[in-house]
Design a binder for this molecule. Structure first.
Ligand SMILES: Cc1cc2nc3c(=O)[nH]c(=O)nc-3n(C[C@H](O)[C@H](O)[C@H](O)COP(=O)(O)OP(=O)(O)OC[C@H]3O[C@@H](n4cnc5c(N)ncnc54)[C@H](O)[C@@H]3O)c2cc1C
Length: 388
């Protein structure tokens, strides 16, 4: 266990204490639902709930195939979150709506000799991390996923990854929050609202809400396409396909109804959410080499979102000052990390230690900000002991 928790003197004394959540993306809604279900009086502030990166995301729950050798803590956090997903999805479904969890795994494919070498490097890295994977020839891969094209020459099968329909998830969280008594306010906050405990979960915009997050949380733009298979075209794959195409990465994530999410670009261009023609061309060109049937699919949507990134690519979850918690900076993994984040936040509200795996996400690693102590700390002076 870690004691990244708010000290017992700052947790909520009883259910009469109020919790304000700023931001109704997957993170704010997950925290709000868990807190309200545990008996806290929760208000959520957002001018457009569910409209941020969470609406744009591909919904992969893929800590293994997203892992970078330089980021073992990100991998460990993601693996811990993935373990929580089956229960999280089942509880959401029981609360009213199904987030459409798919547990078919991921196939990572390569197209040419250079990409094949990169695939071998990933296999080696995963095996060093204790996650051995099955290597398939191109033909074996096409047997598993018949829509893969003839250029696919090698694949890795990673069975224990999953995906969720991010929009169904947001809809389910809204239903669950309302069912648990969460109050929604269609209001953009310029500063943390007044409450016993405030949770800052405004995604890429969180940096504007607290000096300790300022310059620590930045937007990383991602463009993504949503496609629909049409009659006569080969059906989309049944599991997530990640591809290395000429050194670039792309992914194809299946959805119900013959739909497919194709992503994603990554660029640091501030708060720009335009979709560029070049990004669409690049995504479609790469995807068509992996899955030729894509050329026959309908393009339903091209959209961009802003991943909330921190300097070390780990989220920031925990106390910024007495009565103010951060739950942000989830970068490429906000959907994956939602159940674990909400668990940590609920533990902190109760004045308990959070799960040990979340230790590296503590805000204590952020550099201190001069004049920090003056930041409204008097408003949150007395909140204590555990919730019902
Ligand atoms: C192209 C793309 C693909 C991705 N794919 C995946 C994936 O496959 N798997 C995965 O795990 N993650 C993925 N991500 C990352 C994931 O989407 C994010 O990490 C996650 O959505 C962050 O959630 P959030 O709730 O913190 O922020 P957001 O979803 O951005 O929500 C923030 C909310 O805060 C509100 N808000 C902002 N400012 C204020 C304010 N001042 N007052 C009140 N409300 C405010 C906004 O209206 C918004 O609703 C992807 C992201 C992108 C862009």
């Amino acid at each position: 266990m870690v004691s990244s928790g708010i000290s017992s003197g700052n947790s909520l004394e009883d259910s009469s204490g109020t919790v304000a959540v700023v931001g109704a993306g997957v993170i704010g809604l997950s925290c709000a639902w868990r807190a309200a279900s545990a008996g806290f009086a929760v208000r959520v502030y957002d001018p457009a709930p569910g409209s941020g990166a969470s609406h744009v995301a591909a919904g992969m729950l893929a800590p293994v195939t997203e892992a970078l050798p330089t980021e073992p803590a990100v991998f460990a956090l993601g693996a811990a979150a993935l373990r929580r997903w089956p229960d999280f999805a089942a509880e959401l479904t029981a609360a009213g709506a199904d987030p459409r969890l798919r547990t078919d795994g991921t196939l990572v494919v390569a197209l040419d000799p250079g990409d094949r070498a990169e695939l071998d490097r990933i296999a080696e890295q995963l095996s060093r991390m204790g996650r051995p994977v099955d290597t398939l020839s191109g033909r074996q891969a096409r047997r598993v996923e018949p829509s893969l094209g003839p250029q696919v020459c090698r694949a890795l099968s990673v069975p224990d990854e999953a995906s969720v329909d991010n929009r169904a998830l947001l809809a389910a969280l809204l239903v669950a929050c309302r069912g648990a008594g969460v109050e929604f306010h269609a209001h953009r906050c310029l500063r943390p609202p007044s409450a016993d405990v405030v949770i800052l979960a405004a995604g890429a915009h969180s940096g504007a809400l607290h000096p300790r997050l300022h310059r620590m949380i930045r937007p990383v733009k991602g463009e993504i396409l949503r496609l629909r298979g049409r009659p006569g075209a080969l059906a989309p794959p049944s599991r997530t396909i990640r591809a290395i195409v000429g050194g670039r990465q792309c992914y194809l994530v299946p959805r119900d109804g013959g739909r497919l999410v194709l992503g994603a670009t990554r660029s640091e261009v501030g708060f720009d959410t335009d979709v560029t023609a070049g990004a669409v061309r690049e995504l479609l060109t790469d995807a068509e080499r992996v899955l030729p049937a894509v050329a026959e699919y309908a393009v339903e949507e091209a959209v961009a979102g802003l991943r909330p990134a921190s300097p070390d690519n780990l989220p920031v979850i925990g106390e910024l000052e007495p009565g103010v918690l951060a739950a942000t900076g989830h970068y490429r993994h906000g959907i994956l990390l939602a159940p674990l984040t909400a668990e940590v936040v609920l533990a902190l509200l109760r004045g308990e230690d959070g799960p040990g795996e979340a230790g590296p996400a503590t805000p204590a690693r952020l550099p201190p900000v001069s004049g920090d102590a003056s930041h409204d700390s008097h408003r949150h002076s007395r909140v204590a002991r555990s919730a019902p």
